[in-house]
Design a protein around this ligand. Structure first.
Ligand code: NAP
Length: 484
């Protein structure tokens, strides 16, 4: 297998929040990897922006540390590192300070080579609109591309207000709302698996699929983000974006072409077809949990915020009518695991019924982490004489192993930033998708708030609250185990 690395045109990447956690852990190391693979051409520059006072050398020292901390030693070629650091520049810019904008304008104007300009907002959400407006006010928005991190709003109304402010400066075809789950190799492979193979699509419907489970489980708690997280909760932090995006890719109809708006049109249809959950229905179809000890970490003794949520969702469409999509996500769970499980129906008639225990139904498991890969679980005969016994056999496709030796799985951010440079919006959320997702989530949150009920407590390191297990067992199902 060969991996073609196609260089991208020279570009300027301006990272707002360049001294922050995301920049240090993901963006700078990610761009270093792309440089190491020869994908960045001469003339490409990365310009850090933040309040901290420092010069370009100070930022290079910060980037050197970040890369040394987050890039494996065998990738740390000194020559490549020096080449990469030479691309960096830094502008001190407290976004409310006019001087910083002028300096940024001068720095950007000094490079005639790169006609592609990317502004990456790696800052807290309160700064999204002020930065966008600062860029516009200083004539920097023209032809620039804008990358916006999550969260886009706190609810539908605030998302619309933010999107309006963004839209006043950047047309939608230059706005890239990032969801790093969509940059994962496996998620793109889900699209390939469904639409580049004849095998699965005929089975991909309510007639053959019993149910779908989408799990994003974290083993860590809220850590240092307690008070921030307490204003959001699992529904806003994870379901509104990541889980619903995964649901869309699993459930969408084939787009007419693999092209940004064609794919996003199909995802939007799924969001609009989600059966609304309001009032009593919302309470019946959801389970909220809070791990023991959360309230202390969140510094809010009376917190009603959920650190876990499970939802039974339904999609009102010909393809999916009657097939439940079970979503669950939570913190401080047994393990860190993200996966989509498509559980097929049992065979219509069991000819092996004399063998005792019923055979398990086939399942397709699309694993996003820890080890990205796809597994098809099928039933086969246990080899050897001595009767006819069955066993569940995984047909395993781990991408890291199936790739050639020496190949490393690129991080989602590496792909996504270069997609922005290429001008490819396929893996980014369009405004109407974000707002449709809020449109489904808002009434559920409202129902929780109106009920005044507290989330159900669960132990750290467990599978979450009992209510979530019960939700499935009432329907004769169970969650796939949370073991990596
Ligand atoms: P962070 O560590 O708090 O960094 C925030 C950055 O913003 C810092 O560089 C800070 O630098 C800068 N900043 C703060 N106030 C500023 C101002 N007035 N003017 C200019 N710059 C200012 O945050 P983060 O964890 O990197 O997250 C950044 C964004 O990415 C957030 O929207 C977050 O929700 C999203 N996100 C983060 C992660 C992650 O893994 N960290 C994952 C997904 C999404 P100075 O203090 O030097 O100004």
């Amino acid at each position: 297998m060969t991996h073609r690395i196609i260089p991208v045109d020279p570009f300027d990447l301006v990272i707002f929040g360049a001294t922050g956690d995301l920049a240090r852990r993901k963006l700078l190391p990610g761009m270093f990897h792309r440089d190491a693979d020869g994908q960045l051409l001469e003339g490409t520059r990365i310009i850090g922006c933040a309040r901290s006072q420092m010069d370009a050398d100070g930022f290079r020292a910060l980037a050197r540390d970040a890369i040394t901390d987050h890039v494996p030693a065998d990738r740390l070629d000194t020559q490549v590192l020096e080449r990469f650091l030479a691309r960096l520049d830094y502008v001190t810019n407290n976004v409310s300070d006019a001087d910083g904008w002028e300096t940024l304008k001068d720095v950007l104007g000094a490079s005639p080579q790169s006609s592609i300009r990317v502004f990456y907002l790696s800052v807290g959400p309160a700064l999204f609109a002020p930065i966008v407006e600062g860029l516009a006010a200083h004539g920097l928005a023209e032809n620039g591309r804008l990358v916006v991190e999550k969260p886009i709003g706190h609810d539908g109304a605030s998302a619309r207000a933010l999107n309006d402010r963004i839209g006043a400066a950047f047309p939608e075809d230059r706005v890239y709302r990032i969801d790093h789950y969509l940059g994962k190799e496996t998620v793109q492979n889900l699209i390939a698996l469904r639409f580049a193979n004849a095998l699965f699509e005929p089975l991909w419907n309510a007639r053959h699929v019993d149910h779908v489970q989408i799990t994003v489980a974290e083993s860590l708690g809220v850590e240092q983000r307690g008070p921030y997280y307490d204003r959001a909760g699992a529904m806003r932090d994870m379901v509104q974006n990541h889980l619903l995006q995964l649901l869309c890719l699993t459930a969408m109809e084939p787009p007419y072409h693999f092209e940004a708006d064609a794919v996003r049109d199909e995802k939007l249809k799924v969001l609009r077809a989600l059966r609304p959950l309001t009032g009593h229905d919302a309470l019946a179809a959801t389970v909220r949990g809070q791990y023991r000890g959360y309230a202390k970490e969140a510094e809010n003794p009376d917190s009603h915020t959920e650190s876990f949520v499970a939802i039974r969702a339904e999609i009102g469409s010909w393809r999916w009518a009657g097939t439940p999509f079970y979503l669950r996500t939570g913190k401080k769970l047994r393990s860190r695991l993200s996966e989509i499980v498509v559980r097929f129906r049992q065979t219509p008639h069991q000819i092996f019924s004399d063998l005792g225990a019923p055979l398990s139904a086939n399942a397709l498991i699309i694993r996003l982490q820890p080890d990205e890969g796809i597994t098809l679980s099928i039933t086969t005969k246990d080899p050897g004489p001595g009767g006819f016994r069955m066993r569940e056999t995984p047909l395993d496709m781990s991408f890291a192993e199936s790739a050639e030796r020496g190949w490393r799985m690129p991080d989602a951010y590496e792909r996504l930033v270069l997609d922005v440079v290429r001008g490819d919006q396929t893996l980014f959320m369009r405004r109407d998708e974000v707002e449709a997702a809020w449109g489904w989530v808002d009434p559920i949150i409202e129902a929780w708030e109106t009920s005044g009920r507290k989330p159900e407590p669960y132990d750290s390191g467990s599978d979450g609250p009992y209510g979530a297990i019960d939700m499935l067992s009432r329907e004769g199902q169970r969650w796939r185990e949370l073991s990596p």
